[in-house]
Design a protein around this ligand. Structure first.
Ligand code: PRP
Length: 182
């Protein structure tokens, strides 16, 4: 069997580390959204694994919707120009929106999403991101809640890909340089 985990030089966050942080994030969100039914939005594809675990750890009833924005293509760095590939199906007007991201890197995607959903009349907007990579930020934006802060390393797993691979690793690892430089 092909062992995709062998392509990581080390594990940064184990499945257990992630589960503990997901639980904490869910508790924070339950407090914030008490008495509301937020529209939970997964920004595909990177956030889908985190999203599924997060909404199941929350006690707050949520509605779920999905949106695809793409900026990275198949390479390893952001082009800085996110595009809508697939829009939400639900109207956003008057809703408390919970936006779930896997990573805030340059910040361009988040700025674009805030503009877009804010323009549609969302009542409130809360961003939770699994990872924050502040060293790469190009615009001044951040999530309201981040589970982990990471350095400028090439990470994959738990939703994050390299050339669409490694998303289904149950942990987050640092990809071996020889994989993305070959
Ligand atoms: C990634 C990630 C965020 C965005 C963050 O998506 O899921 O949405 O980039 O980068 P930024 O802060 O530099 O804008 P990507 O376009 O790689 O698509 P994917 O989620 O399908 O992997």
């Amino acid at each position: 069997m092909m062992e995709q985990g062998n392509d990581c030089e080390r594990i940064l966050f184990t499945a257990e580390d992630i589960a503990a942080q997901v639980k904490k994030a869910a508790a924070w969100l339950d407090e914030r959204f008490e008495g509301t039914v937020p529209l939970a939005v997964s920004v595909l594809k990177g956030s889908v694994i985190f999203f599924c675990d997060l909404v199941r750890a929350m006690k707050t009833p949520v509605q779920m919707d999905f949106m695809t924005l793409s900026s990275y293509g198949s390479g390893s760095s952001s082009s800085g120009m996110p595009k809508i590939v697939m829009d939400l199906s639900a109207p956003v007007e008057g809703r408390d929106v919970l936006l779930v991201e896997d990573i805030v890197d340059s910040g361009h995607t988040l700025v674009k999403l805030k503009e877009l959903l804010g323009g549609r009349g969302a009542k409130s907007f809360t961003v939770v991101s699994l990872l924050d990579k502040p060293s790469r930020r190009e615009v001044d934006v951040k999530a309201d809640y981040s589970c982990f802060t990471v350095g400028n390393e090439f990470i994959v797993g738990y939703g994050l890909d390299y050339a669409q691979r490694y998303r289904n690793l149950p942990y987050i690892g640092v990809l071996k340089r020889e994989i993305y430089e070959k």
